[in-house]
Design a protein around this ligand. Structure first.
Ligand SMILES: [Zn+2]
Length: 158
């Protein structure tokens, strides 16, 4: 089956109105996927690389709908988010062969959410002792791979 994507139309069919001041809404509506590090578009959610990764290959899955809690997400979107989380796990396994994977969500600012009013699932590969000295002491991450290289590495698996 072929899909013709028209994300600019999504505002007319979305469950919740996209917001111009929300990075997840903005990226979902733009057509420049590679520039925005969008790896895959489902029907209700999309997969993108985190611009501020904790590790190389740090993925996020966000719904197109602007919702801040799981209960506000329609059932089909929640099910697809679970499916894409599994797909992300498999993509990371193939692309990076990590020793472990973290996945999870921060709901609300107090839980650590950078963008609290648009839910998103984090999926990131982990290696033994990957939180290195510079990260712990300097609040700085040392990442051996550029985002463009991460994108190229993961794209074939979506
Ligand atoms: Zn949003």
């Amino acid at each position: 089956m072929d899909y013709l994507w028209s994300p600019w139309r999504y505002r007319y069919v979305a469950q919740k109105e996209p917001r111009r001041d929300c990075v997840f809404c903005t990226k979902a509506q733009q057509s420049t996927d590679q520039e925005n590090l969008v790896l895959h578009r489902g029907l209700k959610n999309y997969v993108l690389l985190n611009l501020y990764p904790y590790t190389n290959g740090h993925l996020m899955i966000a719904p197109y709908a602007h919702v801040g809690e799981l209960g506000a997400l329609e059932d089909a979107a929640w099910r697809e988010m679970a499916d894409l989380t599994r797909k992300a796990e498999q993509a990371l396994q193939k692309a990076y062969q990590p020793e472990g994977i973290n996945l999870g969500m921060n709901l609300g600012k107090s839980a650590g959410a950078g963008i609290a009013d648009h839910i998103h699932m984090h999926v990131l590969p982990r290696w033994h002792a990957d939180a290195n000295f510079v990260s712990v002491v300097g609040e700085t991450r040392v990442l051996p791979e550029s985002l463009a290289d991460s994108y190229s590495r993961l794209k074939p698996y979506f």
